[in-house]
Design a protein around this ligand. Structure first.
Ligand code: IPM
Ligand code: MG
Length: 361
């Protein structure tokens, strides 16, 4: 019997709606998967918490969640608060505090969905983007000076360290090797960014020597956007810096049908701290509280969390259920061109998880 302790942080906007839908689905899975059980604990951190307490989470927030097996996260961001305050106060504070240096973003065009690409190209999309998640352009190093004066300056320093590059490169190589095509594309911009990105290239090249079984190619980030659109089938696993992968993964999500489906893991591969799983869509205040948010991103995210927890059978069962629902097209939310509510999509996935109307029944 494996009991998984999950810290649930719904956060802002539609975050709590989609995460609670995910908890329902996970409970349904636990009811049918032998030995699977969860102990969920909710944390009401986020922008409302900030309005009450002047901070996004308690001072000892990381202490409170460090003993959990995983963190199931919704979203963060509020139209009435500065984004840098809300993000750095919660999501980035957890990623950095727990050294979740590997951000993993899978994209596939799920059955029944049509993305913006020609159908023959769209169905070739089966990618995993590995995003460096601890340094680069998100290191938080920099400053402002001469505020309010004409000579005011704002500086963000992109930090690249040998250790940081090496560990994410190794992670990406291992992941690429575990996939059937064993194909890795390394994204860079060393033609223009001639210090950090040149170090990136050198260190990645060194790591690649330990992985002779991989097919590797290199792309400049700008050219990569074109390749994703024009030759999606030529890509499998992608390694990129924090900011480059941030941008590429939004493009990937759009090509995969909707930002509402994209999912992410923020992983501490050393497993000394909990990893965090979240849908990639934001807090979407325009549809908050209307009950129409697409919960599929948070379900796919839950499947990634199950994989990380070693629950491969449950992870697969959930993915099959999601694909069954997208394929039937009856229960698609508005962002996918349907009219189904969050609750209807959730019930459909739960029915599929529980074997009702499943392919095997
Ligand atoms: C993402 C988001 C975040 C990021 C924002 C919300 C800070 O865009 O997860 O991709 O840039 O990392
Ligand atoms: Mg992003």
């Amino acid at each position: 019997m494996s009991l998984h302790k999950i810290a649930v942080i719904g956060g802002d906007g539609i975050g709590p709606e989609v995460v609670e839908a995910g908890v329902e689905v996970l409970e349904a899975l636990a009811a049918v998967e032998p030995g699977l059980a969860f102990d969920f604990k909710r944390f009401d951190w986020g922008s409302d918490y900030y309005r009450r307490n002047g901070r996004m989470m308690p001072q000892d927030g990381l202490e409170q969640i460090k003993g959990f097996d995983a963190i199931y996260f919704g979203s963060v961001g509020d139209p009435n608060l500065p984004d840098d305050v809300t993000l750095w106060g919660l999501r980035l504070a957890i990623c950095q505090g727990f050294d979740q240096y590997a951000n993993v973003r899978p994209t596939r065009l799920l059955p029944g969905l049509t993305g913006p690409l020609r159908p023959d190209l769209g169905k070739q999309i089966d990618w995993v983007i590995v995003r460096e998640n601890s340094e680069g352009e998100y290191a938080g190093v920099g400053g402002r000076a001469h505020r309010g004066l004409p000579i005011e300056v704002g500086i963000d320093v992109a930090v690249f360290t040998r250790a940081g590059i090496e560990r994410i490169a190794r992670f990406a190589c291992e992941l690429a090797l575990s996939r059937p095509r064993k194909l890795l594309t390394v994204v860079t911009k060393s033609n223009a960014q001639r210090h950090g990105m040149v170090l990136w290239d050198e260190v990645v090249r060194g790591v690649l020597r330990d992985y002779p079984g991989l097919s590797v190619d290199w792309m400049l980030v700008d050219a990569m956007t074109q390749r994703m659109v024009n030759k999606p089938g030529s890509i499998d696993t992608v390694l990129a810096t924090n900011l480059h992968a941030d941008i590429l993964s939004d493009l990937a999500a759009a090509l995969g049908g909707s930002l509402g489906i994209g999912s992410t893991s923020n992983i501490d591969p050393s497993r000394s701290r909990p990893s965090m799983f979240e849908p990639i869509h934001g807090s979407a205040f325009d549809i908050t509280g209307k009950g129409v948010a697409n919960p599929l991103g948070s379900f796919w995210t839950a499947s990634l969390m199950l994989e990380h927890l070693g629950e491969q059978a449950a992870a697969r069962r959930l993915m099959v259920a999601i694909e069954l629902v997208t394929d039937r097209a009856e229960y698609l939310s508005p962002d996918l061109g349907g009219a189904a509510s969050t609750a209807e999509v959730t019930s459909a996935v739960i029915a599929a998880v529980s074997g009702v109307n499943s392919p095997s029944s």
